[in-house]
Design a protein around this ligand. Structure first.
Ligand code: BGC
Length: 730
């Protein structure tokens, strides 16, 4: 090859960063600007940027034109304004946000383009509300069905979480807002979240709990990461050198900023040296008393922390500010609570709803065949936007399920409503969920009787049951997987008088349905589906929208079937929780240990049927430098148009280490008109065959035979083919 060819190729490689974006000039300009500012900042000014100066800002430096950096909670809307120095709402009348469907709902769409649209809306709304950083996405893995924050997070599967967090982050950051992926790492339970020590082995850490964060850094260029409250292997996450400096910053080359979770910092020198860049929310009245404030200055003066450590932190902050155009006059202005943004919330909800069960085509209901329906359940009239903890938002509107049905049916169908049950809980940050044991037994009886009466006379009964944000809530885990407020009893009594029951279950995590599931012909998982939830449920129930959501987690039959509860350890002993189930989280466990779930990971029905046919591999042997192309055909066999999520799992047939029976390594959502057939292609590469090898501390793909499994869910595999990974010829 000619010399100048080599020079050009080398130059191109240098110019192209991980995202494939030409960036050298831009980054050179940013480096110069950052270094210039850095050289002008005094030590006090630098220190002032390393900790909060209000609940959600760090100080700017006016004389140099550095503005305050303003953060806001996500992950599914921009949080309402609170007072600068306490947690009370500020009482503004222009701090609304579109209520986007929550994390589990978003993940249930399995639609990367739509997730990107979601991120774009969030970014635009953040800009319009004057924010620089959105504290989302939350991507902790669903280790236990009980975790109070599962609803904010995406999945039990690291691959799905990774693939969906990337378009979320890109969508936000393209709007000149930094995303903040959280909570790094292993904040997988809310019980004792400030104290708990998660004990995990390196393979499990790398295979299950880190891939989402790695993808956020490597593939989305996330600008900030939030350290978690808990300890990992004995060290607080905010001062965990292994996680922050070694893995995040050194191994993954993260150039952005590590922000502590609010009141999650415990030291000055340890935190500063381990890689924490900004301390937020510490429970001290004077911001100078924060760990990364006066004490840090003293540590520098005493020579315990080098000035290079401080400069590195400030450099990261300034670089992230430049990358999100904070100093740019033409920075995106954004827009919020527009029809367009609510439209995206609606589209996400439409693709999120999961049809769990549909015996004898109970659904969709046909308008012309229904004259009167009963609607039962408190969740039919409950709004959820404001709940859940820090993710709660103040929205302009939220359509409840009952309103959605009324909007759709008008006076064409008679709707009779009965509450059937009533929340008897209260939630506060100090005490978590308290059951006030009201209403009294009599009142419960009255509510159930009313529901039974309403159900008796109806052609169809639609029950909106499930959880609410007293249970799916930050800082608390559920006690069990049962429905609260004696809803099981309500459902059974309604079933006694009317078999035509359709259940719509609201919530962010699985509930135990075993007491009535066999008697109910149709069940929908409705999540917390955002501002348009009620309209979308009505569209799904009456067939104007064909469901296409797939579960991003396994629905166990019983809590004890779930691996953290059966093989593992939850909620831990003496503030230690050992991840004894290791890599066998979610379907990796259910499949490998032959435990029948209620509904499998990836499950979700449609009003049409999809046929899978003709799997073709372009070769049956590959080397580790190579790829195999898999081509299948999927056909819409029914009368409804619809979208199918084609899922690709890999099974290692010859491994020297324990591996799950199968692991998700690809998926595509394809829209098919009735009768239409499409080709779906996947590329399999070495990375998809690898496990984390603890000896070499790296990912390793062993030679040998593998199966590729293509299916409609993890327990509905339609096509398989075998191939082999062979040694490369030298
Ligand atoms: C939560 C974070 C949140 C922060 C600020 C913490 O309690 O864990 O997710 O971003 O508060 O509200």
């Amino acid at each position: 090859m000619k010399d100048y060819h080599i020079i050009i190729i080398t130059l191109l490689i240098v110019l192209i960063n991980n995202n494939g974006v030409l960036f050298a000039n831009e980054s050179k300009a940013i480096i110069e600007k950052v270094e210039k500012l850095l050289s002008q900042l005094t030590l006090d000014e630098k220190i002032s940027m390393l900790h909060g100066n209000s609940k959600f800002t760090i100080a700017g430096v006016e004389r140099l034109g550095i503005p305050e950096w303003k953060m806001s909670d996500g992950p599914h809307g921009v949080r309402e304004e609170i007072n600068p120095h306490d947690w009370e709402p500020a009482g503004w009348d222009n701090d609304f946000s579109t209520y986007l469907p929550v994390g589990t709902a978003l993940a249930a769409t399995w639609n990367r383009e739509l997730v990107h649209e979601f991120g774009t809306v969030l970014g635009k709304e953040a800009r319009a509300r004057g924010k620089d950083i959105i504290l989302g996405p939350g991507i902790n893995i669903h280790r236990t069905p009980l975790c109070g924050r599962n609803f904010e997070y995406m999945s039990e599967d690291p691959f799905l979480s990774a693939l969906l967090s990337v378009p979320y982050i890109k969508g936000v950051q393209e709007q000149d807002v930094a995303a903040c992926v959280k909570h790094f790492a292993l904040n997988n339970q809310e019980y004792e979240r400030f104290q708990i020590n998660a004990i995990v082995d390196e393979r499990t850490l790398h295979e299950i709990y880190l891939p989402g964060f790695k993808a956020a850094v490597k593939n989305a260029g996330v600008l900030t990461v939030m350290s978690a409250y808990n300890k990992v292997n004995g060290k607080w996450c905010s001062e965990n050198k292994h996680l922050l400096n070694d893995i995040l910053k050194d191994e993954w080359d993260f150039e952005g900023v590590v922000i502590s979770d609010w009141d999650g910092t415990h030291s000055t020198i340890d935190a500063a040296l381990a890689g924490l860049d900004i301390e937020m929310g510490t429970n001290k009245d004077d911001y100078n008393d924060y760990y990364l404030a006066d004490e840090l200055k003293n540590a520098i003066k005493a020579g315990k922390v080098g000035i290079d450590v401080i400069d590195d932190k400030v450099r990261r902050i300034l670089t992230s500010m430049f990358k999100s155009n904070v100093f740019d006059k033409s920075r995106t202005k954004g827009e919020f609570i527009t029809d367009k943004n609510f439209g995206v919330a609606k589209k996400v909800a439409e693709e999120a709803v999961v049809l769990l069960k549909n015996e004898n085509n109970t659904l969709p209901l046909e308008l012309k065949n229904v004259k009167n329906i009963a609607v039962i359940g408190e969740n039919a009239i409950t709004q959820h936007a404001a709940g859940g903890g820090s993710s709660g938002i103040k929205t302009k509107y939220e359509i409840t399920p009952l309103e959605g049905l009324q909007n759709k049916l008008g006076d064409k169908v008679k709707i009779s409503f009965a509450k059937g049950y009533k929340s008897t809980t209260t939630f506060d940050w100090e005490n978590g969920v308290t059951d006030t044991s009201k209403p009294e037994a009599d009142y419960k009886r009255i509510l159930i009787n009313e529901a039974v009466e309403v159900a008796k006379g109806a052609e169809k009964v639609i029950m909106f049951i499930g959880l609410n944000h007293h249970f799916d809530n930050e800082s608390t885990d559920r006690q069990d997987m049962f429905l609260p407020y004696e809803q099981d009893r309500l459902i059974k009594e309604v079933l006694n008088v009317n078999k035509n029951v359709i259940i719509v279950s609201i919530g962010g995590s699985p509930v135990d349905m075993s007491l009535w599931i066999d008697d109910v012909p149709a069940i929908i998982q409705g999540w917390y589906a955002g501002s348009e939830a009620g309209n979308v449920f009505a569209d799904i129930l009456f067939g104007d929208v064909n469901p296409s959501g797939k579960l991003p987690f396994t629905f166990p039959k019983k809590l004890k079937d779930s691996p953290a509860h059966k093989l593992g350890d939850y909620p831990g002993k003496n503030l230690n929780v050992e991840y004894k189930e290791g890599i066998f989280v979610g379907y990796r466990y259910f499949d490998s240990f032959n435990v029948q779930p209620q509904f499998a990971f990836g499950h979700g029905l449609s009003y049409t049927d999809y046929g899978y046919k003709s799997i073709q591999l372009n070769k049956t042997e590959m080397t580790s430098n190579d790829q195999i192309e898999i081509k299948i055909q999927v056909e819409n066999l029914g009368t409804y148009n619809g979208s199918e999520v084609v899922q690709l799992y890999i099974q290692d047939l010859e491994s020297t280490v324990d591996r799950p029976i199968k692991e998700l390594k690809g998926f595509k959502k394809v829209y098919l008109k009735s009768g239409e057939t499409k080709d779906v292609k996947f590329l399999v590469d070495k990375e998809m065959l690898s496990f984390y090898d603890v000896n070499s501390k790296s990912w390793k793909a062993e030679e040998g035979r593998f199966n590729v499994l293509i299916g409609s869910s993890s327990d509905d595999i339609r096509l398989t083919a075998e191939f082999e990974l062979v040694a490369a010829d030298n």
